[in-house]
Design a protein around this ligand. Sequence first.
Ligand SMILES: [Ca+2]
Length: 151
Amino acid sequence: MSAAPSHTNTHHYGASPPTAFLNDTSDLSHYRRRSSVKVPLPVLDHDETALSEPLLGVLDALFAKYDVDHDQSLCPEELDAFVFATNGQHPGDEWLEAFSQRFGANESGWLTKDGFLAFYLEQTLGDQDETRKDIQAHGYDAYTLQPAHLP
Ligand SMILES: [Ca+2]
């Protein structure tokens, strides 16, 4: 009994958190209505069997960008440039050829756009985040699927 009995002031703290929580929630819903807030877009369609329209738009643009000679295919040099920009690696000619043959190649053995999209469908079905990371590496927002420099 060396210390005097403490006052009960501390018990009043219990009243604060619920109020603060309610305020936070209403702030958040207000924030969501602002146009500047990022809305995640799906990378797969509703059935989760095909790539979503927004992702197809991004992949179209990327394929066109790396198809430097506009022959509707990525030759080993073009594909290598794409892979390097995506993950910082040069996988080598053998890998590039096998990749193109596996997903879709033209008579020259070069990756077609269908092949490019087939790869992204397979990867996205297996790991959606991997595809979001890929497009982020190319300057797109991983969640809005928009060019990252746009507001
Ligand atoms: Ca080409």
